[in-house]
Design a protein around this ligand. Sequence first.
Ligand code: DC
Length: 224
Amino acid sequence: MTLRKNKIITIDGPSGAGKSTIAKLLASTAGYTYIDSGAIYRGIAYAYKTRKDGGSVEELLRDLPLTFEFGKDTRVSLFGRDISGEIRKPDISLLASSLSQEKPVREYANAVQRSLATGRNAVLEGRDTGSVVFPDADIKIYLDARPHERAHRRYSELASKGSGPGLDIVKQEMEKRDADDSTRALAPLVIPDEAIIVDTTGTDIEGVLKIILAHIKDRDGQKK
Ligand code: DC
């Protein structure tokens, strides 16, 4: 039995499935707080890569001065310096995926997510937000799309920021990251129990939002 009064919606799925766009839209439509869990792993990866002392990840996580603001844009700062652009680079994507296999990193990220969501209605997006971080979430969504379309979306996203490798490299890196995220021992990407599965291939964002809102209405109706 849960004593939680606030509402939690989780959105999990592989990269390029449309999680961020839909999570932000859903959060602003419902007036919920948006929490981008991937940005936490990315912030840790950036801090690890740029650490001066060459210390262990456990040492790094002790009093790590990382701060997060999740709104229309995700803002991540390290020592008060905005690193929101740097954390989106392809090398940080791969490092975040590899560090996310380590227990202390997952514990740190889980604690940040739970503390940000305390007492608030929140939409969280990531790989394990419905399976591990909030297994008692009110609504769990699993977003997916065909690999070709997901690779195209990531490619366009990186290209629009003026950085980024060609489509083939983006696709290869995406496939590696998805395979690693889905097969790791700790909190792998899985379809959470009772999740609503939505395939976003060939559907625009308004279409996906409509499908999700219809499912939520349906679920609410069933619970009454
Ligand atoms: O969602 P993203 O691409 O920003 O996530 C970057 C990496 O962080 C992803 O490849 C794996 C890790 N991650 C995770 O392990 N669990 C989450 N809930 C979110 C992200």
